[in-house]
Design a protein around this ligand. Structure first.
Ligand SMILES: [Zn+2]
Length: 346
């Protein structure tokens, strides 16, 4: 089985995100929030069958761990209360995708973070999504200010209540920023990669996993700049008198394969142990074109993993399937539940 651990519902029916814009405008104008949008099953089917499901079939992957559009989270655009309504709306929509296509999609939730608000405000929505919607993880924004980095690092104790809930529920987080409010940082070209790299360095600087030995984070987009600069991070850890990164972080931190060219995928697999790499494509996402050098889509990441000849069969199986099942502790049971005739049930 090939499990893609990183997909967002970027093709949701237009009234979904239009509602968010109306909600933000109403908040700004002190008006009542707009009525929730009506979205039919047929509209969801059309958006998925012409989009993510078509790509799964064309590329021969089986399951996508699916979450709301990351740039759409916009934690910095509204209040925590408004973000809670928006998150629930987004998560419910992803749940409907998983109900309509229970063999192909398993849900991961958006959290109602907001700048200056402690992450414990996210616990209720996380619990609802796991217990009631069958979700298996969450996307955690390390910078809900959208580019100002005005909050505290991920190792700060203010994050601990959320981590305690994650550990109790056995769900990992993909560390994922949202859109950028700062034109110096292009969202997917700079802010995302900055977020991935900064989060890793925060984890290296603190000692979070001494307190949470079973907490797991997936750092997407190939780990940002981290694998390319692995010597720098190993050296920094050494200077800071930390243990070896293999012992210090690699029981808890994992990287996905959203690196959109062969040399990048080769480097990732060479530098980072296979047990720490999860297959992902982030389709339909940041880069949607065809690479003129290869004639294939940049984000057709399965090709790159298939082409690494020196990976053993066991290593390839870990990257494509085994690691996702290990990191997302609820995945196997949820998948079995969804793939049985019962569908997604409480
Ligand atoms: Zn993403």
């Amino acid at each position: 089985m090939i499990i893609d651990c990183h997909g967002h519902y970027t093709t949701s029916p237009p009234q979904h995100e239009a509602w968010r814009m109306q909600q933000i405008a109403a908040l700004r104008d002190g008006a009542a929030p707009p009525p929730r949008p009506v979205i039919g099953d047929d509209e969801i089917r059309e958006s998925i069958e012409s989009g993510q499901l078509r790509i799964q079939r064309e590329r021969g992957t089986d399951v996508t761990i699916f979450s709301p559009r990351a740039a759409g989270m916009g934690h910095h655009l509204a209040t925590a209360a408004a973000n809670a309504v928006w998150s629930a709306e987004c998560n419910d929509l992803v749940h409907r995708v998983c109900q309509l296509y229970p063999r192909n999609f398993v849900g991961v939730c958006q959290l109602p973070q907001a700048p200056g608000v402690g992450p414990e405000n996210c616990i209720a929505e996380l619990r609802r999504c796991v217990a009631e919607l069958g979700f298996i993880g969450c996307n955690l924004n390390p910078d809900p200010s959208g580019g100002h980095w005005s909050g505290l690092p991920l190792t700060d104790r203010s994050w601990y209540p959320l981590y305690e809930a994650m550990v109790e529920l056995d769900v990992p987080a993909m560390i994922h920023v949202s859109s950028s409010c700062n034109p110096n940082f292009h969202a997917t070209g700079a802010h995302y990669i900055n977020g991935d790299t900064s989060a890793f360095m925060q984890l290296l600087s603190g000692d979070l996993f001494a307190d949470f030995p079973t907490l797991k984070f997936v750092i997407p987009h190939g780990g940002g700049a981290v694998p390319y600069h692995w010597g720098r991070y190993r050296g920094l850890a050494q200077d800071m008198r930390r243990p070896l990164l293999s012992e210090y972080l690699l029981n808890n931190v994992f990287f996905d394969t959203c690196v959109y060219h062969q040399p990048g995928a080769d480097l990732l697999a060479k530098v980072i142990p296979a047990k720490n790499i999860l297959f992902a494509s982030e389709t339909i996402g940041a880069v949607q074109g065809i690479d003129p050098e290869t004639g294939h889509y940049y984000d057709d990441t399965r090709r790159y993993i298939d082409a690494i000849e020196w990976l053993s069969d066991a290593e390839r199986q870990l990257i494509f399937e085994g690691n996702a099942r290990a990191v997302y502790g609820r995945l196997s049971t949820q998948l079995e539940r969804q793939r049985s005739d019962k569908g997604v049930t409480r």
